[in-house]
Structure formats: C-alpha cells, structure tokens
Design a protein around this ligand. Structure first.
Ligand code: HEC
Length: 113
C-alpha cells in the first residue's frame, strides 16, 4: 500500500513537472514578434469560434477587440487555472507552443498586426 501511494505520487510529480507555467511570461523567450492576423486569430478561430463566435456562450470571442480585452482570461482558460479549461474536454487542448505564442503576444503588448 505504501509503495502504491509512492507510485501515485511519483506519477503525479512526473506528469506535472513538464507543464508550462501559464502566466509566467517572464520565463518565456519571446524573440519573434507574434502576428495577430497570422498566428493568434487562426488559433482562436480553430479552437474557440465554434462555441464563442456568436456570443451565445460568454465571453464573445470573435475579433481583435474582444480577443485582446479578454486576453488574460483566455490564456488562463487554455490551462484551466482557476477557470474552466477551454476548449472543454474531450476537445483537443491547445498545444504548448501555441499557448507560448499567445503569452508572447500579450507580453508584446497585444499588437494588432
Ligand atoms: C465546445 C464548445 C466550446 C469551445 C470549443 C470553447 N468553449 Fe469556452 N466555454 C464553453 C462553455 C459551454 C462555457 C461556459 C462554461 C460555464 O459557464 O460553465 C465556456 C466558457 C468560457 C470562458 C469563461 C469561463 C469562466 O469560468 O468564466 C472562457 C474565458 C472561455 N470559454 C474561453 C474559451 C477559449 C479561449 C476557447 C478556445 C481555446 C474556448 N472557450 C472554446 C464552450 C466552449
């Protein structure tokens, strides 16, 4: 029983170890300027528009204005930290490299480029 408990603890630690620290943008290397049109908009369009574009499920997420004004909430929702994880499972989670791009876009001042 003790071993089993240790094993479970080990599994938990090894799974959470590699997770990105969301919101910890200081540790992210944002060398390239992220493009809203070419990177951020398509990411949101692919993962979120099916439920949030028309505003029937809040928040309305459809264009630069509402994506930028909800940016930090959207970022948290990718990981489900303190908020429901989006897109909701069993939909495929947004992958880490795209989450990183989104963090960098915020870090760079949410450019409309
Ligand atoms: C399959 C439909 C669906 C998709 C796809 C989806 N959402 Fe949601 N989203 C919901 C529903 C339903 C709620 C309301 C959940 C609730 O209130 O319990 C919600 C709520 C939210 C909220 C508010 C959560 C809160 O706790 O206040 C945010 C922010 C959000 N979604 C962002 C996103 C983002 C960003 C994406 C794309 C990465 C996305 N959603 C994709 C269905 C979806």
């Amino acid at each position: 029983m003790r071993f089993f408990t240790l094993f479970i603890v080990f599994l938990f630690v090894s799974c959470s170890k590699d997770e990105m620290k969301i919101g910890d943008t200081a540790n992210i290397d944002c060398t390239d300027t992220i493009s809203f049109q070419n990177e951020i908009y398509p990411l949101i369009q692919n993962s979120c528009f099916s439920c949030h574009e028309d505003g029937s499920i809040a928040p309305k997420i459809s264009d630069y204005g509402n994506i930028s004004s909800n940016a930090s909430t959207i970022l948290s929702s990718f990981s489900g930290e303190g908020i429901q994880k989006m897109p909701p499972p069993p939909n495929e989670a947004v992958n880490d490299s795209l989450i990183k791009k989104f963090s960098c876009w915020i870090e760079q001042g949410k450019l409309n480029n």
